[in-house]
Design a protein around this ligand. Structure first.
Ligand code: GLU
Length: 488
């Protein structure tokens, strides 16, 4: 038998922004498709008109695009299994709902939400799993008519048969079995006729010829319902792979309080997509037990579901930060500056056309290249180069005070700096060290005080490089200013 072509899909609902979990699912689908030379389909699950919005839809597309994922079929891409937005597939669902009804696999249920809620409560009180008791399953046409005449609008329920699959083989989890009690005659269409998720998902996956459904573990309990729909409509079911839950470092389910945000928020904070994608890939997947750094291209070559773990994957924001720093260090100074530019412009440090300031910013960033972790940190790291007045933070103030005879020393250093003809980092360093020896003061103390005077901070790049970049005039001025700040 010819092997079925690999076709996978990512199926977000535009009822919110794309978060880390969704992004991980999208990425794994992309990787699996590329690895197997298959197709990656984007399907927008926007049947819930009240909660879906065009704005969320746009922001999901924007986030996927930022990550560098490319779908072969879907909105904006087209394809022969479209339309790819569920809101445009109503006719297809109506056709298959009719098929279910004709085959006796769906029935009208007139139970009201209040009645259902009451029965659910009773079941819970009795310690049982709430499930539909099937009381409308065998209504006679006459009874149905009577109920309809009372003005009750029925929903449509799926009629489970004896042979419903309670188990399936999952490529990540192995054999998955659910309890018979967890499955009941579920709703396939609401009283207003709109079809529900489990039904449309199965119809779409089948009619879009999806071969593998790769999605979050939270959907495991839906799988038997979807399998039941496949069977009833004589569709061949896909293979399932449920990805492990995302956890916070405390191993509880990942949430906002663990620092998990929408993907575009990470972009806005200055994470680069190369790092973000690499980080996402390791949320549940590993190559071996060591290597951690992969480009998207490499991931597309190496990814395999066989190396996706069952146990929950811990989302660690510190690791993301570290990884982002690794990717930023790999950039050339010019690239780093260009990528940081929007943040620098927003902070007012660099104008859109200001070449002089841009040059200073690029060289200042080069000095912070080893340290910077996100592009969003750029303005804060280099703001002191541009400042009219240096503000001393507390550790800087302490370093100024720790220099014995500080005011006089800084004034002398300022003079020595002013006298330099060659204002290079090397010449500065020589001057400061000779000066320290002459005055019998530790060079370290002078250096710390100078750093405080020049940058207002106690930590930063090499003092002499930083001073050379600031330039003679600013250095002398800042040293004099600091000298005059000592209390007499
Ligand atoms: N719209 C569903 C979700 O966003 C899709 C689930 C699935 O992949 O089947 O969770």
């Amino acid at each position: 038998m010819a092997k079925k072509a690999v076709r996978v899909r990512f199926a977000p609902a535009p009822t919110g922004r794309l978060h880390v979990g969704g992004a991980r699912t999208a990425l794994f689908n992309d990787l699996f498709a590329r690895r197997h030379k298959g197709a990656f389909i984007l399907r927008v699950e926007d049947t819930d008109a009240a909660r879906s919005s065009e704005e969320y839809y746009r922001s999901i597309i924007e986030a996927l695009t930022w990550l560098g994922l490319e779908w072969d079929e879907g909105p904006e891409a087209g394809g022969k299994h479209g339309p790819y937005r569920q809101s445009q597939r109503r006719d297809i669902y109506a056709e298959y709902l009719d098929k279910l009804k004709e085959g006796g696999r769906a029935y009208e249920c007139f139970c009201t939400p209040e009645e259902l809620e009451e029965r659910r409560r009773d079941a819970r009180d009795a310690g049982e799993a709430p499930r539909y008791d099937g009381r409308c399953a065998n209504l006679s046409p006459r009874e149905r008519e009577r109920l309809a005449r009372q003005g009750l609008k029925p929903c449509l329920r799926f009629r489970l048969d004896e042979g419903a699959d309670l188990a399936f083989d999952d490529l990540v989890r192995g054999r998955v079995e659910i309890k018979a009690g967890d499955l009941d005659d579920f709703v396939v269409a609401r009283p207003d006729g709109s079809p529900t998720y489990n039904f449309v998902c199965a119809v779409d996956d089948a009619t879009m010829a999806i071969s593998h459904v790769i999605r979050g573990e939270d959907h495991i309990s839906n799988t038997p319902r979807q399998l039941a729909v496949y069977r009833a409509l004589a569709f061949e079911p896909p293979v399932f792979a449920h990805l492990p839950l995302l956890l916070g470092p405390d191993r509880s389910r990942l949430s906002k309080r663990h620092g998990a945000k929408a993907v575009l928020e990470y972009r806005d904070e200055g994470y680069v997509p190369e790092a973000f994608v690499n980080f996402l890939a390791l949320l549940g997947w590993s190559y071996d037990d060591e290597r951690e750094l992969f480009s998207l291209k490499e991931l597309r070559k190496y990814f395999s579901l066989a190396r996706v773990a069952k146990k929950g994957a811990v989302f660690d924001v510190d690791k993301l930060k570290w990884m982002n720093g690794v990717y930023l260090r790999r950039l050339s100074v010019g690239d780093l500056f260009e990528r940081a530019r929007p943040w620098l412009e927003k902070a007012g440090l660099v104008g859109a056309e200001d070449d002089e300031k841009a040059e200073l910013a690029a060289r200042a960033l080069a000095l912070e290249h080893e340290k910077i972790k996100t592009l969003g940190e750029a303005p804060e790291l280099i703001a002191f180069f541009f400042a009219e007045r240096v503000e001393y933070d507390e550790p800087a103030q302490e370093n100024l005070l720790k220099l014995p005879g500080g005011a006089a020393i800084l004034r002398d250093v300022a003079e020595a700096c002013a006298a330099l003809e060659d204002f290079s980092a090397e010449a500065l360093e020589r001057t400061v060290r000779e000066f320290a020896q002459e005055k019998k003061i530790s060079a370290g103390k002078i250096i710390h005080a100078m750093r405080a005077a020049l940058s207002g901070r106690a930590v930063g790049p090499s003092l002499f490089d930083m001073a050379a970049l600031l330039g003679q005039e600013r250095v002398v001025k800042r040293l004099m200013k600091a000298a005059s700040a000592y209390k007499r």
